[in-house]
Design a protein around this ligand. Structure first.
Ligand SMILES: [Zn+2]
Length: 201
């Protein structure tokens, strides 16, 4: 098994979370003067997630530089470190959905140990918790009922598969809403997602 250089991160739970963020909304690109930039786009609407992303980067690579770059509607959490491509070997040219995304053996071990962290990272980047509603006729009266559900949207079939594989491991029932969308709607599964992931903040 190919080992990353440097050694796998000591905090494997945080790595699994950061992997989810990277697969959802991250990219790695070379810096003009050498070294590599990791960028993770975090929507302005969720300041808690921006801070959490920053903390996760510093936990996985203590001593790496991290800066927040304001863009239209989002903040790019950017970190400069020459080892980002070793830690996220899924980097490559072009959009992720146009190439194969496969985890290295050492990443599979980490994700197998921390499936919820991967699910959380993926939902925090490409997922959401929404309220759906429906109406039902009760004693001749039409009533409105609301129920929460989770959605995950990603154009990459490989990344979607990593998400649903992890859901299978933790026992969350899911459905394919369409080619790019996974939905979690069953009450017990939504309760599990609320306990381990929760809404964005
Ligand atoms: Zn390296």
């Amino acid at each position: 098994m190919t080992r990353p250089c440097p050694a796998p991160p000591a905090d494997t739970a945080t790595y699994s979370y950061l992997l989810g963020l990277y697969l959802g909304d991250g990219c790695i690109s070379p810096h003009p003067h050498g070294g590599q930039y990791l960028r993770i786009a975090c929507a302005d609407a969720w300041p808690g997630l921006i801070e959490r992303c920053r903390t996760a980067i510093l936990t996985v690579r203590p001593g790496a530089s991290v800066s927040l770059v304001q863009k239209q509607g989002c903040v790019a959490v950017s970190s400069y470190d020459r080892h980002w491509p070793c830690l996220f070997p899924q980097h490559g040219l072009g959009p992720k959905h146009e190439r194969t995304i496969a985890l290295e053996a050492w990443q599979q071990v980490i994700v197998g140990r921390h499936p919820w962290e991967l699910v959380r990272g993926l939902v925090h980047s490409d997922g959401c918790r929404t309220m759906n509603w429906t109406t039902r006729l009760v004693a001749g009266e039409r009533r409105r009922y609301e129920y929460p559900r989770y959605f995950f949207t990603n154009k990459s079939a490989d990344i979607t598969r990593l998400f649903t594989d992890a859901l299978d491991v933790v026992g969350v029932a899911w459905k394919r809403a369409n080619a790019k969308n996974i939905s979690v709607a069953r009450r017990a599964s939504v309760a599990l997602m609320d306990a381990y992931v929760g809404p964005k903040y």
